[in-house]
Design a protein around this ligand. Sequence first.
Ligand code: PEP
Ligand code: MN
Length: 337
Amino acid sequence: MIIVLRAHTSDADRDHIVEKIHAMGLQSMVSQGVERTIIGVIGEEDLERMQPFEVMAGVEKVIPVLAPYKLVSREFKPGDSLIKVGREVIGAKRVMVMAGPCAIESLEGLREIAAAVKQAGATILRGGAFKPRTSPYSFQGLGEAGLKIMKQVGAEFGLTTVTEVIDPRDLELVSRYVDMIQIGARNMQNFNLLKEVGICKKPVLLKRGMMSTIKELLMSAEYILKEGNFDVVLCERGIRTFEDYTRNTLDINAIPAIKKLSHLPVVVDPSHGTGKWGLVIPVSRAAVAAGCDGLLVEVHTRPEEAVSDGIQSLNAENFRRLMDELRPVAAAVGREI
Ligand code: PEP
Ligand code: MN
């Protein structure tokens, strides 16, 4: 439930309400706005438990949150969340484009890709150092050596950086090198990993599991916010359907649906969403038209030589074309790129 306090409620009254919440075995999350203070109450709720709060001093109203996720819901926070990541903000007017290789392969290679995506207008550099591969014999990523390359290239080109963590034991290490932590589709319900990124102070890019519903994605985000980390960006990256022409089916519905249900920004990954580089540009246009707050695009200067996902990676020229084609679409929906 959400407890909305009257304007000018005293600190003592507010603290008393918080004590009562804790005495009932529930958790509280106080959000102090300029005009209003609201208290999110976390835990199983029923109407009977809400009643005592309705008569407490300072309480204007008590609103039940019917959705199973609380902190991520629009009811908890009606306005859009703006997430600061490095020197960028996700969720504002500008559609943030995060681009880079599937995996970090070498210093020179990443430099070349960073130069291309920066020149075309991307602001965040992506690239995996720990890769979750279907086969244990496939390239698993450069590990810490890759993180060092990412940090160096990000600094050289003035690009904010994002990379995936697949093991809670690597979180501290990865946090030292990049601006944003990615939780991949395969780990969306790795609840221990979610709790750890919730405790950590870095912004999180949470990708939707390939067989997860929108509700399950929001419940996973709730794990992170519940630990105190509200800097979460959600990512639609395609789900498995009976269609096998494409690698996944990008769920365009998820963009407006999540924006209705949650205050968190939504970005779209058209690369894993389609699995085919030739589909990335049109599908990206659709995602921007549908209201996404950003894109996560795989780019490689030599896709034919990429160690992973070359088939869905745009080369430098096609990435530039993507950016050019997105600008009028963004403008048509009141955004910019
Ligand atoms: C990735 O972004 O590199 C990745 C592995 O994506 P996903 O987790 O969506 O499969
Ligand atoms: Mn990939």
